[in-house]
Write a protein of this length. Structure first.
Length: 119
């Protein structure tokens, strides 16, 4: 798992990344010193909880990726089975989705698959 975050951290557009459990606990993180670990984890947890609940109420399947776009950048949360990959990215490029999806795929293989409804 650490290698996945290390690889992401080498990308110029990555401000930080973390792996969060389905209970909302930070498993591992590689964040820029300017990012607040607890705030990023809490925001990701809230997004997962609210989006999962909304999808459930709408009779839709679980999400693959949540993207929160802001003026300063993007927060991307990818469902990886029993964990979530959270990436904070700089604004301006959508090419990073390919790299995030690749990292999420690697984490799915590394983490045991369990049901993850809400954090």
């Amino acid at each position: 798992m650490e290698a996945v975050l290390e690889r992401l951290g080498k990308e110029a557009w990555v401000k930080g990344s973390m792996i969060v459990s389905d209970e909302g606990m930070v498993v591992m993180e590689k964040l820029d010193g300017k990012l607040d670990r607890d705030a990023v984890a809490a925001l990701a947890g809230d997004l997962v909880t609210e989006v999962s609940a909304g999808l459930g109420e709408g009779g839709m399947a679980s999400f693959k990726r949540i993207v929160l776009s802001a003026t300063a950048g993007e927060l991307v949360v990818a469902d990886c089975g029993s964990v979530y990959l959270v990436v904070v990215a700089a604004a301006g490029s959508e090419a990073f989705y390919i790299e995030i999806d690749s990292a999420a795929s690697q984490l799915r293989r590394l983490a045991p698959s369990t049901s993850m409804r809400g954090m």
